[in-house]
Design a protein around this ligand. Sequence first.
Ligand SMILES: [Cu+2]
Length: 507
Amino acid sequence: MHKLLPFALLAAFGLAGCNSSSSPTPAAHAAGPLAAAYSTGGSAKGDFGPPQGAPIQAILTSPPLVPPPVNRDYPAKVVVELEVIEKEMPISEGVSYTFWTFGGTVPGSFIRVRQGDTVEFHLKNAPDSKMPHNIDLHGVTGPGGGAAASFTAPGHRTQFTFKALNQGLYVYHCATAPVGMHIANGMYGLILVEPPEGLPPVDHEYYVMQGDFYTTGKYREKGLQPFDMEKAIDERPTYVLFNGSEGALTGDNALTAQTNQTVRLFMGNGGPNLVSSFHVIGEIFDKVQPEGGTYWQENVQTTLIPAGGAVTVEFHTEVPGSYVLVDHSIFRAFNKGALAILKVDGPEDKSIYSGTEVNAVYLGDRSEPNLKAVTAAASAHAAGTLTRQEQIDAGKQLFTGTCSVCHQPNGEGMPGVFPPLAKSDYLAADPKHAIEVVLNGLSGPVKVNGTDYNSVMPPMSQLTDDEVANILTYVLNSWDNPGGQITKEEVAGVRANGPAHPAQAEH
Ligand SMILES: [Cu+2]
């Protein structure tokens, strides 16, 4: 909605071109998009007259799919029908959340039109909704981006029409009070306004949006989790996610491509709070259109996506493997869920990269969505039927990615650095003490199986009580350890006592 004066913009670019005359590349580069800007009016209004031909029903797609290119050389009337649906869906394995959605998914349905199109927008709010909703499209020129015209009570529908004057990739979102809460519940999506000449063809186009989520329970605490307004105001998200759920784009749901292809990602950030440092591990963006705008930048490692903003990135695939989409504010990727996989298949090219595949320990359990055993254990605990074997199965999954990175997948540790958990006499002497070790960490000299260690294990109190119980039950029943069982309640008890006696060597 906020327009730069075209002259100011062009002047600024002209200046940049002059200043960089010492290095010819940027100036030469600017000529391309600048020429295009003149021919299409740049940020000037893309009003190509009244709509022509019969009205067209817009094809909407659910993420990660993108509708086909518009492929039209005249302005048309395009009808968009979008329904708001409030529904419970998984946010993580064994964790559900009541999302508010545009079209039944988070992010909402992808909308694709051509600059100059007249869009007749129909917003429905499902009869079983509890809340009124509306829509503010950043690609609309008009007060509120359509919000005031589209306030829709449950069981109602509203309609408004706008002309898509500016090309670009735009966020849309609900703007009903409390706005932050509607957005935090998943009410955002993208609308692409194609330039009149369309976008260059590529092999794959995908639709991904980041969002931050606030639940009263901790990260991965099981069951239906309510929205936590206080955490949202404090900007302390429990989850930071691509496409609304952990595992939305990993394992069987991973994005796919072949080697020697061009991939275009339409990446949005719904917020409500966080700015994304978007990065693909193992790739370099050949081309980025920052902030969803017209001009592009090349050879970019990490690009910022503001909350309520978007970016188009393109890269060419050279070698096969798993490429990992992350928010490079990296705790969000490995501890809050902001991680997705692009799986590239095809022949190796050793001249470009001669390595093994993705590092399983680096990615931990996040590269594999197989946390079914964890969910099974949580439901069994709720039903009061939890067995030791169920805890072991769940603990085995969780051990990967939390403990194995140091103590190694086989529990052997690393000589001189990480003590073994396999056949550990330290562990056997007092198995319950391991709860304190995990929750509070361990430092200072310890002797394990006759070898001295003097290092630091960080506290892992971010794990939930049942996660700690299951991991330790798995450890105690593996690698010739003495067996036994640790319960969620025992962990809760130790946690409640707090780190009273700082974890020290006691053996
Ligand atoms: Cu809403």
